[in-house]
Write a protein that binds this ligand. Structure first.
Ligand code: ZN
Length: 128
């Protein structure tokens, strides 16, 4: 029982040649009259370089730290200055020029001052 494919020097040469040509493992197997497994196994033992995945190991993209919420675009377009250390609770009507932000110092990690944090994160009936 010859489970092992008999790899003569000639066939090994062919294997290498086909491999370099970029034939697929099954194509090579077909030409050499052996199974895919035999080709793959032999290629592995011969240390033939993998061609299947050109982008072998893509460096993981460096995850950017999550950005704090940006201003709504509409506000940004109005050219309203905004500091990340100031409460961005909108006051007034966004459609009018009186519209602005609270501007007090924020609670660390939050976009609003203490008072507006309470307003923002509690769902009470009425803020006032
Ligand atoms: Zn505020």
């Amino acid at each position: 029982m010859a489970e092992e494919t008999s790899w003569t020097e000639d066939r090994l040469e062919l294997l290498r040649a086909y491999w370099d040509e970029g034939l697929s493992i099954s194509q090579i197997g077909e030409r050499l009259g052996v199974t895919r497994n035999a080709v793959a196994g032999k290629a592995h033992r011969l240390n033939l370089r993998k061609r299947q995945s050109p982008i072998a190991r893509k460096p993981k993209e460096v995850a950017e730290p999550a950005k704090p919420k940006e201003l709504p675009l509409r506000l940004a377009l109005r050219g309203i200055e905004w500091s990340r250390s100031k409460c961005v609770w909108p006051t007034g009507d966004p459609k009018t020029v009186e519209f602005s932000f609270c501007g007090k110092s924020i609670v660390p990690g939050k976009p609003y001052c203490g008072k507006h944090c309470e307003l923002a994160y509690t769902t009470s009936r009425d803020g006032s």
